[in-house]
Design a protein around this ligand. Sequence first.
Ligand SMILES: NC(=O)CC[C@H](N)C(=O)O
Length: 307
Amino acid sequence: MAEELCDDLLDEILGSVRPLIGKGKVADYIPALAGVAPEHLGMAICSSDGQRYQAGDAGMRFSIQSISKVLSLSLALTRYQDSEIWPRVGKEPSGQPFNSLLQLELEQGKPRNPFINAGALVVCDMLETRLAAPRQRMLEMVRALSGVSDIDYDRRVARSEFEHSARNAAIAWLMKSFDNFNNDVETVLQTYFHYCSLSMSCVELARCFFYLANHGRSAGNETLLSSRQTRQINALLITSGMYDGAGEFAWRVGMPAKSGVGGGIVAIVPGELSIAVWSPELDSSGNSLAGIAALEMLSERLGRSIF
Ligand SMILES: NC(=O)CC[C@H](N)C(=O)O
């Protein structure tokens, strides 16, 4: 029997997964992320009946990292036709680590999907072409979706990533060699790292991503995407949002979701809930270990796997 959603349920779930802290590893390949305390744990939910739920460190901001790849794709979908986007980036799961170069060489510089680094870099390249100020535009979009006007980039995190950008730069240059990258590599990398450095709390993320649970309409009732585009993003999230852990995640949780190496995960119950969870320690695929466990419990207790 499915249970009712309430703050106490979220508290209980966080209590149950807390013992997992210590079993994962905080991302340290970006030095500015390595210093984050591993014991943070928070969760927030927006529901289509207007209710809000939260528990633990739900109000504390952290680096959203690859969760931003969903926002950049959404922004691109407002500026480009499908026929311009999908010849340059695929819709298939990669089965590879998020920053792998291997497949890209074998597949002539066309990334498997927009949620691995290569795919997000192509999307950022597209935004650079068509937006006058891509960094400012993203901030405006995120602030409007979340209803919070002081959301900002963490410039220390962005700088730290830029100083350790060898692999992402290699990915961008490889795509340039295949004519799938039009703008200056350094400029696009800076935009990409800024997007990754967005600093947001679970409460802000759940509200920001409500459009994916609400047929493309934001919590403030603005239309960002069509219901068709929203359905398509959720489909891509099921197959590719959790990198090479997507199959296991669909099995355990059964929700479209996107993770970031800051330890955040956004998960969607289409038509109903947008959920954000944060615990900084990651599993071997780069997904939040306790975050997945919390979503698994939530999905089971509410009976909300989409399968
Ligand atoms: N999975 C992630 O969150 C990776 C994002 C990170 N900024 C990178 O480019 O490596």
